[in-house]
Design a protein around this ligand. Structure first.
Ligand SMILES: [Zn+2]
Length: 326
């Protein structure tokens, strides 16, 4: 294990809270030109709204995301070229501890009014299995934010380095819309429940739990089912959204995926739309780095993209029948 660099501090078990995160963002805007410039550009960003399959969708024209949207997910990055390895952070970047294994960083390419990366101190591949309790604790400590996770081949632009993202809460339509789509109970324990989420062409699952260990157990069962259903050797394709509510505990939405990108990304000429959906897009904020795609994309495109990438209600039902006993 490489020692933590001087800039990212000693190994400490302290966890940063929401207020400290916001203070970090204020400090970074004052001293880091790239971040300041991209946040200023974000404020002026064009957004348009459509209804696709009866759901609210925001489309964001964000040119700063062109690199992450077009990145080749198969191309492995060495630690020396990794943008979030502690030793490679730009000199202006300040990191705060998220327990002894992770760091809170400001994301210099924001797609939310507040956008942080919670990165492992070590260069290890994206996989939520081992750090799941860290994920839950990050959501609890940063309870003003929603914590999102992109599995490999599910929109992650940095699949080689374990990270979550903390983003402004309640901006993604899925965060409120899911409540109308709670499906049947798949498994439950004394303080936790796993249900299906039947929301059309972005169906999936939700774990609600007041206890971290019980949430972990249900997550393991769900993950095993998805791994088997997707015939994966590594982590199943999925996007995860987690919010901690002081009265109820954790809400963890898991949207399984069939593909990293839809055919629109690979089409040529007029038919091409450069959208590479990660959690934000699946949550209802579609990021278009090119103006022509922002102008062109409509409800039919979005419905088709979700249909190619996500599970429909029938696929969730089939998965439950085949991989859960009840
Ligand atoms: Zn790295």
């Amino acid at each position: 294990m490489k020692p933590a660099s001087a800039k990212t501090g000693m190994t400490t078990n302290r966890w940063t809270d929401s207020k400290e995160a916001l203070d970090l963002l204020t400090r970074q805007k004052a001293i880091w030109p790239l971040l300041k410039q991209n946040y200023a550009a974000y404020k002026e960003i064009a957004t348009k709204y459509v209804i696709a399959a009866n759901k609210n969708i925001a489309i964001q024209y964000n040119p700063s995301r062109i690199t992450s949207v077009t990145v080749d997910p198969q191309k492995r990055k060495a630690p020396s070229a990794c943008l979030i390895c502690p030793d490679n952070l730009p000199p202006e970047q300040e990191a705060l501890p998220m327990g002894e294994n992770m760091l809170l960083l400001c994301n210099p390419y924001p797609i939310f009014p507040e956008h942080f990366t919670i990165a492992s101190r070590q260069h290890v591949a994206q996989n939520l299995m081992t750090p799941f309790l860290y994920y839950l604790n990050a959501a609890k400590c940063l309870s003003d934010f929603t914590i999102i996770y992109n599995a490999p081949e599910s929109g992650a632009s940095l699949p080689d380095h374990l990270h979550f993202q903390a983003v402004t809460s309640s901006l993604m339509p899925i965060e409120s819309e899911f409540e109308e789509h709670l499906g049947s109970i798949i498994e439950e324990s004394s303080r936790a429940v796993l249900r299906s989420l039947m929301q059309g062409n972005r169906s999936g699952f939700i774990i609600e739990s007041a206890d971290a260990t019980e949430a972990l157990l249900l997550y393991h069962h769900l993950r095993d089912a998805l791994t088997a259903a997707q015939d994966r050797l590594t982590e199943p394709r999925m996007n995860v959204f987690c919010k901690y509510l002081h009265k109820q505990g954790w809400q963890i939405i898991v949207i399984p995926r069939k593909a990293h990108r839809s055919s629109h990304f690979y089409a040529e000429g007029e038919a091409q739309i450069l959208v590479s959906p990660g959690a934000a897009d699946i949550g209802g904020i579609i990021i278009t780095p090119r103006k022509e795609d922002f102008d062109k994309i409509n409800a039919e495109h979005i419905e088709a993209i979700f249909e190619e990438i996500c599970y429909g209600e029938h696929e969730v039902r089939t998965l439950c029948e085949q991989h859960f006993s009840s």
